[in-house]
Design a protein around this ligand. Structure first.
Ligand code: BGC
Length: 481
């Protein structure tokens, strides 16, 4: 259990910076090796021109998605219309499903921008992710029940506890607490769920167990992140996740949402973009054979193409594919393989963070990962430098592609020209060396130096928990649920 009593302000956290490697300084063992690395640099580099082209293409995709349902960038109307100003008070439960862990959070909004939270994390077994959907939702209900016991939260009479449900998958919302799952992502593939309403499944699981909880709001983690960040930074226009998966939400004028047929009395609504699905058509993203190999072996081939080039779940696997290719061509580790690297998903994205930050002359941290964790018998400095170089290419490409999506929104809203804020949550943004500065550098390439002064990009911690509570509050305030 963790207890926090700090406001959800963007925090500046010390994080390692990238200790860059310049591929031209590596002492190559052969010309063949040198050319192989140069070819990788070429393939993985997103030039300023390409960055702009991707941004333009993305912008077109956003506009299409605002016109009608079923487009590649789904641009889902979240039904969240109100704005918050930090004065709101109340107690809510939040259930967060869609990242590495399931979390139950109790959120107390104290007013004055102050929020107290208590949370418990539960591990979701891999079998549950791909088994029967009912079992998965029953597990969620049991976790909430455990949490109520553990924290001695009791309700009297017929009262129900209001819960904000952060379900971080593409859900076509039909109300603030209703919707249908478009597709699973991030390694989830539970059967019998696509086209169904996750809120109905969860409420049913609560009711069958007589758990006194009512699902008041269904929230995407990006929408939650936006709301949570705005609680302390009212100029927030966008919430983003760079974590296991990747996606963004932003504030749109209702008059721009051509497909919106509902209440038009409010001026604005938060749009859950589902930008991870961008370029399903493979028109513009510079996919390599290493991306394609990973995509084919994933549980959702041909889907979430942008997400697969950006998000924490996939970066390690792309890197592993590149390393395997170099090994097979006898250009790395003298062609020797280790049993560990031969297995899919064994090269964790967290290792990339350590390797990026490794500034020791002999790359000792990199050596530990390769020799102790991944059981390579021995490595040379040349091997370690090449591994570091590959990691850097994959990591930097991810940040720049993420920036292209942010740039699409900043251009569409014009927010880069005035004071605005973007809240970002997710392990990649929080821990990956220089991910934040790489993003800002790319935005400066697109918009020029003013964007650095105008757009405050900050870490929005626990958007999924706090944001879900805020959404439940908004639903109650607006009489929506
Ligand atoms: C999902 C999004 C979610 C993102 C970040 C993606 O796989 O489709 O709904 O916001 O992951 O968690």
């Amino acid at each position: 259990m963790s207890v926090s009593s700090t406001p959800v302000a963007s925090k500046i956290i010390p994080k390692a910076a990238r200790s860059p490697i310049d591929p031209t300084t590596i002492k190559y063992t052969s010309e063949k090796q040198k050319y192989a690395v140069a070819a990788l640099v070429e393939e993985f580099t997103i030039s300023t021109q390409l960055l702009n082209d991707i941004k333009d293409n993305f912008l077109e995709g956003m506009k299409k998605g605002l016109k009608k349902d079923g487009e590649t960038i789904a641009m889902i109307t979240s039904f969240v219309m109100g704005r918050l100003d930090g004065t709101e008070v109340g107690s809510y439960l939040a259930l967060d499903v869609g990242g590495t862990n399931l979390r139950v959070v109790s959120v107390h909004l104290e007013g004055g921008g102050v929020i107290n939270t208590r949370q418990t994390k539960y591990r979701i077994d891999e079998n549950l992710k791909v088994g029967d959907a009912k079992a998965l939702f029953d597990f969620m209900a049991v976790c909430v029940d455990n949490f109520l016991d553990e924290h001695q939260i009791v309700v009297r009479g017929d009262t129900k506890i209001e819960l904000g449900f952060t379900f971080s998958f593409p859900v076509l919302q039909t109300a603030i607490n209703r919707g249908t799952l478009i597709t699973w992502t991030k390694g989830f593939n539970a059967t019998g769920m696509v086209g169904k309403d996750p809120v109905a499944f969860l409420q049913d699981a609560f009711n069958r167990r007589h758990i006194p909880v009512r699902v008041a709001a269904l929230v995407n983690d990006t929408v939650g992140t936006l709301l949570a960040h705005a609680y302390n930074n009212p100029e927030t226009i966008m919430g983003v996740i760079f974590g296991t998966g990747s996606n963004g939400a932003y504030v749109e004028k209702i008059s721009n949402i051509e497909k919106w047929k509902g209440d038009a009395s409010a001026d604005e609504m938060i749009i859950n973009m589902e930008f991870g699905a961008f370029d399903k058509e493979r028109n513009i993203l510079p996919l390599t054979m290493f991306d394609n190999k990973m995509d084919r072996k994933s549980v959702n081939p041909n889907k979430q193409i942008l997400e697969k080039m950006i998000a924490g779940m996939y970066l390690g696997e792309i890197t592993r594919n590149v390393l395997l290719n170099l090994i097979d061509r006898r250009l790395l580790f003298e062609g020797h393989i280790s049993a560990d690297i031969n297995q899919m998903w064994t090269f964790e994205t967290a290792y990339m963070s350590t390797i990026e930050a490794d500034s020791s002359p002999q790359l000792e941290e990199t050596r530990k990962i390769l020799e102790s964790t991944l059981s390579f018998a021995s490595t040379t400095l040349n091997d370690r430098q090449i591994v570091k170089c590959v990691v850097q290419l994959v990591g930097l490409r991810a940040a720049r592609l993420g920036a292209a999506a942010l740039a699409g929104v900043l251009e569409h809203t014009g927010a880069w020209k005035h004071k605005s804020a973007i809240g970002i949550d997710g392990s990649l943004y929080e821990y990956y060396p220089s991910f934040d500065t790489d993003i800002m550098d790319a935005l400066v390439e697109v918009f020029g130096p003013d964007v650095r002064k105008n757009v405050a990009i900050g870490l929005a911690q626990d958007g999924s928990g706090v944001g879900a509570a805020l959404c439940a509050l908004l639903a109650a305030k607006n009489g929506l649920a």
